[in-house]
Design a protein around this ligand. Structure first.
Ligand SMILES: NC(=O)c1ccc[n+]([C@@H]2O[C@H](COP(=O)([O-])OP(=O)(O)OC[C@H]3O[C@@H](n4cnc5c(N)ncnc54)[C@H](O)[C@@H]3O)[C@@H](O)[C@H]2O)c1
Length: 392
């Protein structure tokens, strides 16, 4: 096969356009296609799908793309397109994915895969039964900072890892005197919004792939800005959480504490930052940066409130180099998924991983509601035999 057709649904949205079309598929097209293990290349051919024909036509013209349509069903029925990719608002996702599974397409989707864990698990089950390859965006794992962190873990730098502390957040404008920099549906729970639903799926795969599966969650969320102004200048009630303070217990005994906020002002090097402390060393990583402090370069602070401390703690850290070129993470994951579809290369970030992310968000919300720590059972697909038995 010298080319592969990709249905890109929701391509005019924020993520669909910038990360998936521009930075991934068009960048792959520009380089002559995705490189396979035998040295050959397969070119990508996008089909733009959405609800607004004029918008699609304009995107197609701007980027020299031959195909666009508002008719998803016709696109799914057409053999020219082998992959269905979904960047819709979360609420609209599962209906479209069900159709794509029924049409036998390989599927790649944004997170969260569904609005409820039950539905996310059902999608994983349906995809498994239909034998369609499936993948979910795990972009944060591909950030240069987190790639460097993975290297540190693999090298044994930390000794025994004790804890992870993370801060994610920035100020999202209310929309009255300055336009908000995120879509208004993010702040309405009835439209699939909320910072727990948005961020916990990310925390799920970041934690399980770097440190260990999440075994329990305690979360406290708040709607700190109760009224915002939408894209058309109309005030609306912000019904979803915009800040979440959470503690996760991980397999292996590591504690992770992650704050997520759209209502905090940045006083860090980057918009997300994790500190990992281990017996032999610590690291602070962001989107790009990674600094380390081994045990042999650790200062010995002494608590003394009577004396101003002159020690420059920031100077105790050493920058960890990249040592390789890290490309855009969305593009790198797209290439892995394409190789998975084309030559069965490994891509472990499937609908079941997506379901674990939705489970963490759902249980996080239950933890907030009930004010208690919630244990997370391991997620697995019901065995085919058990399902057949249940049907009998
Ligand atoms: N991986 C990440 O870092 C990341 C970051 C932000 C958002 N996301 C996820 O990406 C998805 C899209 O988010 P976004 O910020 O791009 O949103 P957006 O509002 O900018 O775009 C959403 C797209 O869905 C379309 N749409 C809206 N309602 C629809 C409906 N009822 N039926 C069909 N199409 C509809 C819109 O036209 C638009 O193309 C969400 O699921 C979100 O959780 C992921």
């Amino acid at each position: 096969m010298s080319s592969i057709g990709i249905i890109m649904n929701g391509v005019s949205g924020r993520m669909g356009y910038r990360q998936h079309l521009l930075r991934s598929i068009l960048a792959i097209r520009e380089q002559g296609g995705v490189l396979l293990s035998d040295g050959s290349r397969v070119q990508v051919v996008p089909l733009l799908v959405g609800r607004d024909e004029a918008k699609l036509a304009e995107l197609a013209r701007r980027h020299d793309i031959a195909d666009y349509t508002t008719d998803l069903d016709a696109a799914l029925a057409d053999d020219r397109w082998q992959i269905y990719a979904d960047f819709l608002v979360t609420k609209a996702r599962s209906v479209a994915i069900r159709k794509a599974i029924a049409a036998g397409k390989a599927i790649y989707t944004e997170k969260p895969t569904a609005e409820s864990f039950e539905e996310a698990l059902e999608l994983a089950q349906l995809a498994e039964e239909a034998g369609v390859k499936n993948g979910v965006v795990h972009d944060k794992l591909y950030l240069p900072g987190l790639r460097k962190l993975k290297r540190l873990i693999d090298s044994g730098f930390f000794g025994r890892i004790l804890s992870v502390r993370g801060e994610f957040g920035y100020w999202v404008f209310e929309g009255d005197w300055q336009a908000a920099q995120r879509p208004s549906w993010n702040y309405r729970s009835e439209d699939g919004g909320g910072i727990i639903v948005d961020m916990f799926p990310h925390w799920s795969y970041v934690l399980e792939n770097l440190f260990g599966r999440v075994q329990s969650v305690y979360a406290q969320a708040a709607t700190e800005i109760p009224e915002r102004v939408d894209e058309r200048g109309r005030p609306y009630a912000a019904t979803a959480d915009d800040a979440a303070y959470a503690i996760f217990q991980l397999e292996g005994g590591i504690t992770a504490q992650l704050n997520s906020g759209w209502t905090t002002r940045v006083n860090r090097d980057e918009l997300v930052e994790f500190q990992v402390d281990g017996t032999h060393g610590s690291a602070v990583v962001g989107l790009f940066g990674c600094k380390i402090q081994p045990r042999n370069a650790t200062p010995k602070p002494v608590w003394n409130p009577d004396l101003a401390d002159e020690h420059d703690y920031a100077a105790d850290w050493i920058d960890s180099p990249a040592n390789e070129v890290f490309e855009n993470g969305f593009k790198t994951q797209w290439e892995e998924f394409l190789r998975h579809v084309l030559e069965d290369a490994p891509h472990p970030y499937d609908f079941l991983a997506g379901a674990r992310g939705v489970q963490l968000a759902e249980q996080g919300l239950i933890s907030c509601r009930d004010g208690r720590r919630v244990l997370l059972p391991e997620v697995a697909l019901p065995q085919a035999d058990a399902l057949a038995g249940a049907a009998r």
